[in-house]
Design a protein around this ligand. Structure first.
Ligand code: ATP
Length: 258
């Protein structure tokens, strides 16, 4: 199932935050959304997991207008991991991950053996099964992030929306998360700050700056020295990753200081 945004516009507190975004994520593709702080990545993603209604424009899931579907129907098709999640839930890690099963069940239905198996599998995939009995609120930022990804996996959707899923993770877990997301083969859109992770794993990148998508395409086409200077204000030298053959960036400030 592909995901398509057409001329999406969002205002918050009377301010234009997204001004006419067009984006296509092909079925099974991993699309990275990159851009400077405040550019509009999270805001755009919130329109995809149905937290924020654009005042104009469309978000299509396949042929269906997302905003014509009920929240439960959307939750069966799209799983999201937001950037910040309240940590004061008084639930265990297992219970938190099991919330991913909610859209598939009657509100009062008990957790079935099949649900438990799915949740256990999801926690295992993010290397968090050993935390299952801990209270979610007591986890570190990175542990919490992995559990929230497990909750999204337990939702068993075709589309995954991830807002900076690697920002609290140690280097091994960052790489493992990117590998996992690729292996899943879902239609995925992910905001990401680490340009080398974006270049190394994403099929396509879109650059969002001041609420506008200013570039899009395969990483090797998008990540040019001119773009990195104009959008991020940094100097980039390029090399090729010796194992993956993907572009690898060496960044410095524009005056050349590493
Ligand atoms: N409720 C709000 N009212 C007014 N402005 C808002 C509101 N929420 C976000 N903004 C502004 O919208 C702009 C885009 O924010 P957003 O969080 O989408 O950016 P981002 O690209 O995800 O940034 P970051 O890389 O820092 O996470 C920012 O200037 C932010 O201050």
């Amino acid at each position: 199932m592909n995901l398509r945004l057409e001329d999406v516009r969002v205002k918050l507190s009377g301010r234009q935050i997204i001004s006419g975004a067009n984006l296509l994520v092909a079925e099974g593709d991993l699309c990275g959304l990159i851009g400077p702080n405040g550019g509009g990545k999270s805001t755009l993603l919130r329109t995809v997991y149905r937290h924020l209604k654009p005042y104009s424009g469309w978000v299509y899931l396949g042929q269906t207008d997302l905003w014509r579907l009920s929240p439960v129907k959307v939750a069966r098709k799209i799983a999201g991991v937001p950037q910040e999640t309240r940590s004061d839930f008084d639930v265990t890690v297992f219970e938190m991950a099991a919330m991913g099963r909610t859209p598939h069940k009657h509100p009062l239905a008990a957790t079935t053996a099949s649900d438990r198996e799915i949740v256990t599998g999801a926690l295992t995939r993010v290397d968090a099964l050993h935390l299952a009995e801990r209270h979610f609120a007591t986890l570190s930022g990175g542990e919490r992030q992995r559990v929230l990804l497990a909750r999204a996996l337990a939702q068993q959707t075709q589309v995954l929306v991830l807002d900076e899923p690697t920002n609290h993770l140690d280097v091994r877990h960052q790489l493992e998360l990117m590998e996992l997301v690729r292996e899943l083969g879902l239609t995925t859109v992910m905001a990401v700050h680490d340009l080398n992770l974006a270049a190394g794993y994403c099929d396509r990148l879109h650059v969002i700056d001041s609420g506008k998508i200013v570039a899009g395409g395969p990483p090797e086409d998008v990540l040019t020295a001119e773009l990195l200077r104009s959008v991020f204000g940094v100097h980039a030298d390029f090399t090729t990753h010796p194992r993956t053959g993907r572009p690898h960036l060496i960044l410095s400030t524009v005056d050349g200081t590493p």
